[in-house]
Structure formats: structure tokens, C-alpha cells
Design a protein around this ligand. Structure first.
Ligand SMILES: *Cc1c(COP(=O)(O)O)cnc(C)c1O
Ligand code: SF4
Length: 369
């Protein structure tokens, strides 16, 4: 990295990183070798799905490894043009749960507020690929303010999740205008930001942003790190600043075929996250968005990875494995079945090593649990 910083004096300026994002094969060839085959793959795929990656994230690629986990997340593949059984245009039916153009209200006490379609990088496995990456557009603050009337009128909304696209690609004053309006709503208790910026554009986490955010506590942040190699000195520094500002950090990984779908790789990621005071929150089963079939694993694999880790590493290092139910049912935890038998008031269950234990619960009635 140091050599990039020397070669590009503005390397640590996030605006420079955004301006110098890579959208096509020619720009990519500045950062990694681009074969003729890759060039034509990129040309045919970007007609359908846009590519964009920051020079920073591209610099993490090992050019000698065709299966590099960083590369697979940011560089298009012709596999994206293959339709797989089950593919859906809007798998989570966010369209159907939208109450205004930019608010999705699916759960009783919390809403999702989509403040921009822009991301620093377009992840190849993105579930919102139908809206992000098409065109960078963000509603104006006046438009959003009108939509916030929905939240103002719904007193049950105590948690607002600001997402997109990536909210941290907005200018700080613009983001503050949104957060400030939310803070003024008395029944809104928690404000959360969902972002991949600390991972793909860590220089964006500057002092100006952090001191703005810390004025609006309780404010939580969920990041998406998928592989331990994404935890670089730069991204760790970004997370340190956020944690030092009292922002509880969570991580939402996606289980990705050939990237993080074995217990050892996952464990390395999780331990590095907790080292950085980032609490693993969710591990998502890769959803049914179009063109991401090659990233999907079986559900058994996800269950097995969590089962292998549970009990073997700190409890708070193990995320919840969830499927975001196709059609809009929300996130559902999918677990290994530890309860082996329920016989009357006796429950027989397994511990992490496979040993069987039992527990006598109150009541003696036959219970067909
Ligand atoms: C994921 C999500 C949330 C937040 O869910 P948590 O389980 O509380 O993290 C809220 N609204 C929508 C529509 C979501 O998809
Ligand atoms: S940062 Fe999130 S919304 Fe943006 S492309 Fe990646 S997964 Fe999709």
C-alpha cells in the first residue's frame, strides 16, 4: 500500500478514491493485469450490471490468485449473466413493503430508510443490485423530509436504519441533515447506519464525519466485512475511530461460495472483527437476486459453519445465521438443532462437543414439543 500512497499523493483523500473508481476494463488495467478474456467478460457483463470499485479496494487483490476473495467481490464475472433456478428480481419484496418511495416498513418497531442508490463499490453479490449501481441518485433533503412524515406519524417506529446504496457516500452535511431530522422525532430512539464504507473506502471515516455522528447518539453502525483480508491497517483505523466515538459496531457478512464458506476462513474473520471491537451480528445466506447464483452455498453449509464455531470461540464472536425470507418475510435465524429429544418434562440436548445432556423442566404433562 505504501507504494500507492507514494505514487498517488491523494490516495488517502476519499473524494479522490471516489473520482478514480474503476468502471471498465481499461481503467482496471491500471491496477491489475487484465487479460483479453477478462476484458471481454467485463465488456459483456457491464452492459447488464454496473461495475465500480475504489482503487483502495482493488489494491487489496492478489493479482496472482485467480480465486482471490477480494477480486471475486468487486470484479464482474460472466457467471452474472447466468440465470439460476429461483432467481428473483426483488427477492426481499422491498418494493411491496415500501410505504413511501424511500421507506420500507416491514417489522413493527423499525424502518429502513434508503437515502441514496450510490455505493463506493458495487459488490458483485449485492442483494439490492436492482436499484444500486444503475444510476447514482439520492432524493433531495426536501423530498426525504416529506417522507419522514411517515415516521413522524408512526409512533411505533423507535429504530431507523439508514441504508441505501451506501449512506456514507453522501457529503457529511447532507447526511447530517437527515440524521438531525430523525433525532428531532421524539419516538425515534435508535438510529443505525448500514454501510460498507469502512471496508471499501476507509479514508471516508474522517474526523469531520466522526464528530458529526457522535452528536446523535444512540447511533449504531453495521458494516459488511466478508473476509479477514479486508481488515487492513486502514479499515482497522476507520473502525477504531468509530468505536472510540462510542458507536457500537456490528458486522453483517454474506456467506459467499469460494470466499468465506468454510469454518476456518469464517473463524479468522470473526476473531479479527472482535479484535477490532466489531460485534459479528448476522451471517446472511446469499439471497436470490438475479445473477448471483454462483455465490450461493447450500443452507446446510451455513448451519454447519456456525455449528462448528459455537462453543469453540467467544460467544459474542459468533453471528446469527439468517435467511432473509424471499417474498419479504424478514430475517429468520436458521440453527443447528441442539435439542435431540423432548420426553415429557425431560429435554435431551447436545453440547458443542456432541455430548448429550438432559434438563428437567417444570410440569410433568406429556409434551410433544
Ligand atoms: C434488515 C431489516 C431491518 C433491520 O432488522 P434487524 O433484524 O433489526 O437488524 C429493518 N427493516 C428491513 C426492511 C430490513 O430488511
Ligand atoms: S455496499 Fe451494500 S448496497 Fe452497495 S453494492 Fe455492496 S452490498 Fe450492495
Amino acid at each position: 500500500m505504501t507504494n500507492y500512497e507514494e505514487e498517488y499523493p491523494q490516495w488517502n483523500d476519499w473524494h479522490w478514491q471516489m473520482r478514480n473508481r474503476v468502471f471498465n476494463a481499461q481503467q482496471l488495467s491500471k491496477w491489475i493485469p487484465v487479460s483479453d478474456e477478462l476484458r471481454s467478460e467485463i465488456e459483456s457483463c457491464t452492459v447488464r450490471f454496473r461495475m465500480a470499485a475504489t482503487p483502495y479496494f482493488l489494491s487489496l487483490i492478489d493479482p496472482d490468485d485467480p480465486d482471490d476473495p477480494i477480486r471475486k467481490q468487486c470484479i464482474v464475472s460472466s457467471k452474472e449473466l447466468e440465470l439460476c433456478p429461483g432467481d428473483m428480481h426483488d427477492p426481499l419484496n422491498e418494493g411491496g413493503s415500501s410505504v413511501t418511495p424511500h421507506i420500507v416498513h416491514r417489522y413493527p418497531d423499525r424502518v429502513l430508510l434508503l437515502v441514496t442508490t450510490q455505493c463506493a463499490m458495487y459488490c458483485r453479490h449485492c442483494t439490492r443490485r436492482r436499484i444500486v449501481g444503475e444510476r447514482d441518485c439520492s432524493p433531495t433533503i426536501e423530498e426525504l423530509d416529506k417522507e419522514l412524515d411517515y415516521i413522524r406519524a408512526h409512533k411505533e417506529v423507535r429504530d431507523v436504519l439508514i441504508s441505501g446504496g451506501d449512506p456514507l457516500t453522501l457529503p457529511t452535511d447532507r447526511l447530517e441533515a437527515i440524521i438531525k431530522r430523525l433525532r428531532e422525532i421524539e419516538h425515534v430512539d435508535i438510529i443505525r447506519i448500514g454501510t460498507r464504507v469502512p471496508c471499501v473506502l476507509p479514508m471516508r471515516i474522517d474526523d469531520e464525519l466522526v464528530s458529526m455522528l457522535k452528536k446523535y447518539h444512540p447511533l449504531w453502525m453495521n458494516i459488511q466485512f466478508n473476509h479477514v483480508r479486508e481488515l487492513t491497517p486502514e479499515s482497522e483505523e476507520a473502525c477504531r475511530k468509530l468505536a472510540d466515538a462510542g458507536i457500537p459496531l456490528g458486522n453483517q457478512s454474506v456467506l459467499l461460495n469460494g470466499i468465506n464458506d468454510d469454518a476456518e476462513t469464517m473463524k479468522a474473520l470473526l476473531l479479527r472483527l472482535v479484535h477490532n471491537r466489531i460485534r459479528p451480528y448476522y451471517l446472511y445466506q446469499c439471497d436470490l437476486a438475479e445473477g448471483i447464483g454462483h455465490f450461493r452455498t447450500t443452507v446446510d453449509k451455513g448451519i454447519d459453519i456456525i455449528h462448528q464455531l459455537q462453543g469453540r470461540i467467544s460467544g459474542f464472536a459468533v453471528p446469527k445465521y439468517v435467511i432473509d425470507a424471499p417474498g419479504g418475510g424478514g430475517k429468520v435465524p436458521i440453527n443447528y438443532e441442539y435439542v435431540k429429544e423432548v420426553d415429557g418434562n425431560k429435554i435431551v440436548f447436545e453440547n458443542y462437543e456432541g455430548g448429550l445432556y438432559s434438563y428437567l423442566q417444570p410440569g410433568g404433562e406429556k409434551n410433544d414439543g
